[in-house]
Design a protein. Structure first.
Length: 125
């Protein structure tokens, strides 16, 4: 007897890909891996060699870190602009918002902690 997913001949005609995440090809994983290694090696080399002053190296490393996050999202998590990915993108953006609130809030607390918690300390001007 044939079910919803098999034909009368016993072949499986399941709905592949209709609720499952997209999978990348081996080539896309290799490209993502190579880009990730390069985007890790450049800041490491800049800092270890002292090629840039700290005032320049920190923003360069931060920028390359952001580029690496994008590489991971595109090549490993398969985030793209397709409509089927809209809920994933909304969840990702919400996560970014929460992380930004935590980081900025923690930074603000630490910045003002010394002036606000030290008894007898002069307030920050």
């Amino acid at each position: 007897m044939a079910t919803a997913h098999t034909s009368a001949h016993g072949h499986d005609h399941g709905h592949h890909g209709h609720g499952e995440g997209a999978h990348g090809s081996v080539k896309s994983y290799i490209v993502g891996f190579i880009l990730s290694v390069i985007l890790t090696a450049i800041p490491f080399g800049l800092v270890m060699s002292g090629a840039l002053p700290a005032e320049t190296a920190v923003p360069v490393c931060f920028g390359l870190g952001i580029v690496q996050i994008v590489v991971h999202l595109v090549y490993f998590l398969h985030m793209n602009s397709s409509s089927a990915r809209s809920w994933n993108m909304a969840a990702f953006l919400f996560t970014l918002l929460i992380v930004a609130i935590l980081v900025v809030g923690s930074w603000w607390v630490m910045l003002h902690l010394n002036a606000n918690m030290m008894p007898g300390a002069m307030p920050m001007e």
